[in-house]
Each structure stands twice: as C-alpha cells, then as structure tokens.
Design a binder for this molecule. Structure first.
Ligand code: SAM
Length: 347
C-alpha cells in the first residue's frame, strides 16, 4: 500500500478535483478538510475499483456481458447518428473502463477525456493503451458532484469530531436548498455516463462513516447517525440524479449526444446478506422487464438511485434510443440496467 504521505505528494501535481484550473497542490491541498475529503473519497473508490478490476479479470466475468450490451447499444446509436470521427468524447466515472467499449471509442473519436475521482484507475486505463492511442486520451481527476470541496469536507469535519448533529444540519440545509458548483466546463460531441450516477455520493459517504467507526471516532450505531445516513440517501436519490443530468446537458454540444445508463432494479442479495425487496416480487428474472412490475417497484420506492432518469430527462433531452438488459453483477445479484441515447433540447 502506498503511504498516504507519498500518495498526497503524487496527487499534488494533478489538476485539482474541485474543478478550479489550479493544481491540487496549489488549491484544496492547502485546506486540511478539503484535502481529507478528496483523499478519503478517491481512496475509497480506488479500493472499490481495485476490487471490481479483480472481479472483472476472469474470462467469463459478468463485466464482459455488461460491456457487450453497452457496446451493442452504443454502436447502433452511433451508426444511426452518422459521422463521428474527429470528435471529442467525455467518459464520466470511467473508473477501470471495464464496462466501456474503449476500443470502439478510441477508434471512433479523436479526443477522449476520462473523468473520475479515482485518478489512479483512469491513469492505469490510459497506460494500457498503445502509445499512439494514448495521445488521444486525457485523464481528468474530478469530483462530478461538485460537493466534496465544500459540503462533504464540512460534513467530514463534524463527523471526525463526533458532532453528528452538526453534520446532519449541513446535509439538511443542502437538501432543502441545494446549490452545486459546476465541476466541468468543456463541451463534448458525446458524453458517456455509464452506471455512475448511483455511485456518486451515498456509497462513499457510507464508506467514510464506516471508516470513522472502525477508528473509534464515531459510535457503531445511534439515532443521529441513522438520520444522517437517511438524509444522505435522500440527497443521493433525489438531488444527485437531477444535478447529474443538468451536468450532462451543460457539457454536451448542441448537436451532440449523451449516452446515459443507470441500474434500475436490483434482484438478490443487496449486500450485508440483505435481500433486495424486488426479489420477492418476481418469479423469474425476465419479470424484471415487465412494465407493471417496474411501476409497482417505483410506487414502493424499490428503484435504485439514478433510475429516475426518465422522470427528469424529458425537460432537458429528447430520446433517440432506449434499451434494457439484465446485468448478472455477481452470483447472487442481478441488475436491470437501462440505457438512454439522448439529444439535448435547447433551453
Ligand atoms: C460503477 S463505477 C463505473 C464503472 C466504470 N465505468 C468501470 O468500467 O470500471 C462508478 C465510478 O464512479 C466514480 N465516482 C464515484 N464518485 C465520483 C465522484 N464524485 N466524481 C467522479 N467520479 C466518481 C468511481 O470512482 C467509479 O470509477
């Protein structure tokens, strides 16, 4: 494991993940709360991504199936939308690019920005490409929520000092009137965001809470802590997906396209040996495609963060193509995934 200190040193030269055009060393590094927020969250995702990479490395990995579905959908939509060479593409939450048909993208586009809070993962993806293709690729270390440098660093400061009620108040104030800094400013011909929106906020906050608990800085369980996690989940479910779609709209060119996919329903073990409630509603996995079951799940609130896409995108985008497929994520867990190819509306 790289010692935190030398890891910080390495990160100092990258452009700051808060989206200022300065380096991390000249910007958020100098504020210990902000630095902690970025390092913790980058580190948490680095661990998730390393585990995902390991799971993806076997030949019959479930990630290959997901990648195949995505490649089919993307190439069909790209064919329909005509010429696209010489153009610029952004891949948001690119991670290990395990579910992204990078070959197809590198062949079809001239400039590719890989964007993620886990800079190590995207640098490794770039380094794996042949030298002449590497020239086309830029790695951007960025927080796509625009929340870590202010909101999250404040929340972490309170949590570190066991002031859970103060942390709750910060989240509550944000939930009531969310204000978000725009994390990206370039414009792209194609913007890709694949199963990223559900990962943007809650999983990493939960991870930090668990880390602080294991360090003895937070109690194992308490009512204020459950309230905090519950409002963080509301932010993830209600605010993050809207903000993410706004981001997609703001960085796609007027004649560009957005490819957005989200996990909509989950079947099986949803972690910590807790069965997803959807499991009892279906006799066979094919039932997950049934519109009646889908709307019942929605009524009962069983959908996954970000799966509300169809409720939000119509204001900002028109739909070119849509597909649904099953992703056998692991032996015990299956997702119904939904892909959307969207054109921005002029608003
Ligand atoms: C489900 S993974 C996407 C999988 C990825 N496409 C792959 O093939 O490995 C979600 C990605 O979002 C990234 N992520 C999570 N929170 C983020 C944030 N606030 N800003 C930028 N990236 C974030 C994670 O590091 C992770 O790589």
């Amino acid at each position: 494991m790289v010692p935190i200190k030398s890891k910080n040193e390495k990160l100092k030269n990258h452009q700051c993940p808060c989206g200022s055009s300065r380096t991390f060393g000249q910007c958020c590094f100098n504020n210990s709360n902000k630095r902690l927020a970025f390092i913790l969250f980058s580190g948490a995702y680095n661990i998730f991504n390393k585990q995902a990479k390991e799971a993806a490395s076997s030949e019959n990995s479930m990630w290959n199936v997901q990648k195949k579905h995505i490649a089919q959908f993307l190439s069909k939509s790209l064919k329909e939308s005509g010429k696209h060479s010489n153009l610029k593409v952004a891949i948001l939450g690119a991670g290990n690019c395990e579910d992204i048909p990078l070959n197809l993208i590198v062949q079809s586009f001239n400039k590719i920005d890989l964007i993620d809070i886990d800079i190590e993962a995207i640098l490794a993806v770039k380094n794996r490409l042949p030298k002449e293709q590497q020239r086309k690729v830029r790695c951007i270390w960025r927080d796509l929520t625009g929340l870590y440098s202010d909101l999250v660093s404040e929340v972490l400061y309170y949590l570190e000092n066991n002031r859970v009620n103060n942390a709750y108040e910060v989240l509550e104030k944000f939930y009531e009137s969310p204000r978000v800094k725009k994390p990206l400013h370039s414009r792209y011909d194609l913007v890709i965001s694949i199963n990223t929106v559900s990962q943007l906020f809650y999983p990493s906050l939960l991870n930090c809470v668990q880390a602080l608990q294991s360090l003895g800085k937070l109690p194992a369980q308490s009512i204020p802590l459950s309230n905090l996690l519950s409002i963080a989940q509301d932010i993830s479910n209600e605010i993050i997906p809207v903000q993410h779609l706004n981001l997609l709209h703001s960085i796609v060119k007027t004649n560009g396209k957005v490819f957005h996919s989200t996990d909509r329903l989950e079947w099986g073990d949803s972690g910590y040996n807790i069965k997803s409630p959807v499991t009892d509603m279906v006799d066979s996995l094919e039932d997950l495609f049934n519109p009646d079951i889908q709307s019942l799940c929605k009524q009962k609130g069983y959908t996954i963060t970000g799966s509300n896409t169809e409720a939000y995108y119509t204001e900002l985008f028109s739909l070119d193509n849509h597909a649904q497929w099953l992703w056998h994520f692991s032996k015990d867990r299956v997702y119904l995934v939904e892909g959307f190819m969207l054109s921005p509306k002029q608003i």
